[in-house]
Design a protein around this ligand. Structure first.
Ligand code: UD1
Length: 334
């Protein structure tokens, strides 16, 4: 049995479906702070399974203990997705971010310690490479230079906590998955990303322009040192990312200690590549204007994805056209 905190969120919900389809048993703990019951229903429709679910705050240790105690089959592994993730908001409300992201993790670790559960998979981020002086592709042992915002620092701190836990307990295993830029949606159109308010990230912004909710895309700078001057990122289909977690759940059975693994495709695309791919895949024009650079953005960020391939026997399979088609299908079905 695998526990998913934040299992009805964007990445959590896709991972839950892939785990169930691979034959794993799961239980979900989520407070619906960035999702809702409808997502859970859709996950059940997709898999044809009833999913054990607890609407709890993961900071609440008493409620969390009950999740571990209630299960007929013991929980062997936890995938910790639950966390706040809006970069801009984290700059404005740092205390809220540190409190939530650190407290959920610490409560979880304390309860796991008590219940003798020793497998932890963590949703980390490529944002940890954001201040690096090095050049893409980034490997996991890129020298640590810290982060540019509180959201990133929470990921940095939690990685450190997990490293320390692994030193203290040689039986403990922590796999820290550094995501690059997940986009796309489930091909059924039933699951995807639902940002609150005006989206900060590129693909949700594009789909909202496509459907007419937003007037045009603003491209943040075209004077970067990249082939067309716009920022280059490693966009990965969320279902591929979900499958990376399934592989990590297998890997962690035999593994002890702390391991950091990039989940990306290893290929970089520019903002304009994405705009043109979306236009071509879906036959819709996306009007855009070039505006000033966005503070904190880097020119180029993509993964060296070879460690995931080596350790997890996993690689991303879906191409940019599929990412664009699936993102658009979901937006239309919202
Ligand atoms: C952002 C976060 C990163 C986080 C990730 C989660 C920042 C600085 N970084 O990554 O920490 O882990 O989301 O998904 O917020 N762009 C536009 N116009 C837009 C939106 C984006 O031109 O309206 C450009 C950006 O300048 C960038 C690219 O599109 O070059 C991707 O941006 P975004 O989707 O926000 O992701 P990241 O900034 O890479």
């Amino acid at each position: 049995m695998i526990l998913l905190t934040g299992g009805t969120g964007y990445i959590g919900s896709h991972t839950a479906v892939e785990l169930l389809q691979s034959g794993e048993e799961i239980v979900i703990a989520d407070d619906f702070s960035n999702s809702n019951e409808e997502v859970l229903k859709r996950m059940e429709t997709l898999t044809g399974k009833k999913i054990p679910f607890y609407q709890i705050d993961v900071k609440d240790k008493k409620a969390l203990k009950k999740v571990f105690e209630d299960q007929a089959e013991p929980i062997r592994c936890v995938i910790h997705f639950a966390g706040f993730k809006a970069v801009g908001e984290s700059v404005k409300e740092p205390v809220k971010y540190y409190r939530n992201n650190l407290d959920t993790t610490l409560s979880l670790l304390e309860v796991m310690q008590e219940k003798q559960v020793k497998q932890f998979i963590f949703s980390s981020s490529a944002t940890l490479y954001g201040k690096s002086k090095g050049k893409a592709p980034f490997t996991e042992d890129e020298p640590d230079t810290g982060c540019t915002n509180p959201y990133g620092w929470t990921k940095w701190m939690i990685e450190q906590i997990l490293q320390d836990v692994c030193v203290a307990d040689p039986e403990f295993s922590a796999v820290m998955l550094r995501y690059f830029n997940p986009i796309g949606a489930h091909e059924s159109g039933l699951l995807g990303e639902r940002p609150n308010g005006i989206p900060n990230n590129l693909m949700p912004y594009i789909t909202q322009v496509a459907i007419g909710k937003l007037d045009h895309l603003r491209v943040f700078g075209d004077d970067y040192d990249t082939p067309d001057g716009t920022g280059v990122r490693d966009y990965i289909h969320v279902v591929d990312l979900a499958k990376g977690h399934v592989a990590a759940c297998d890997y962690i059975k035999e593994h002890k200690g702390a391991e950091v693994i990039n989940l990306g495709t290893g290929v970089g695309y520019s903002v304009l590549d994405i705009v043109h791919a979306f236009e071509e895949a879906n036959g819709i024009r996306i009007p855009y204007e070039i505006v000033e650079r966005r503070a904190g953005d880097v020119a180029t960020m993509y993964a060296d994805a070879s460690k995931a391939r080596r350790l997890l026997d996993w690689k991303a399979e879906k191409d940019l056209t599929q990412m664009c088609r699936d993102s658009w299908r979901f937006e239309q079905m919202l």
